[in-house]
Design a protein around this ligand. Sequence first.
Ligand SMILES: [Zn+2]
Length: 260
Amino acid sequence: MEIQCRIGADIHMAFDELTSLADTYEYNKEALERTERWAQISLDVHKQHRDDLGYRQSLYGVLQGGRWEDLRRSTAKKLGQMDFDGYGLGGAFLKSDLGEILKWCNEELPEGKPRHLLGLSRPDDILIGSENGADTFDCVAPTREARHGRLYTKYGYINIEKYAGSLDVIDEHCDCPVCQAGYTRDELRALLKSQDPEDREKYFTLASIHNLRFTIRLTEEIRQAILDGRFEEYKQQFMKDYYGFSPKGAANEKKNTNKQ
Ligand SMILES: [Zn+2]
């Protein structure tokens, strides 16, 4: 907790134990009690140090509890009464359980404090998260996948290595500086395949800018759709475009091919 203060993080996360999908109910209960004890200690230490740098730093409590409704609801209630600035929604999730688990947590948390979904950023996760009360997100996927050649487009992701000779930009619907500058798929592929580390470095930067802008634009569009009262319609259309199926149909991401 002291290190988070010293490095100047704007949002600190309380200490927590992340359990795995294989852990039992008993283990989750024990781990959750530990996480709740740590929540109080984190809060106490944070209070002593949060103004050290001359500006207020925030602390979020982290909700665990695996896939069990009683654990999820009780910890949301307990941490919800503690003096946190916001809440991190944590855990290893089966995609099919994600929405329901988030709903349990968000029904118990106090209104008016932000809820942050920890470590998920695939488009369908962001849609499910937003639908069930998550306000903010973080994840390494957009940049890590960019570095490995996976670039997001309106109609699903592409593997840039397959686009030798293509004069198309990554995504003609994209407003990121890379697409706007007219970098072609062929140029980007050549940078990635180059033997020169500087070229590859340049590819990593450009590809990361594109995937991050795609992800941020998705959240902007979701926010606008919620404000306009057409979230459901937006979600259906996005899923159809990106994954090639509607979320109410067979939810099988393997159907997502690199559609062109
Ligand atoms: Zn772009």
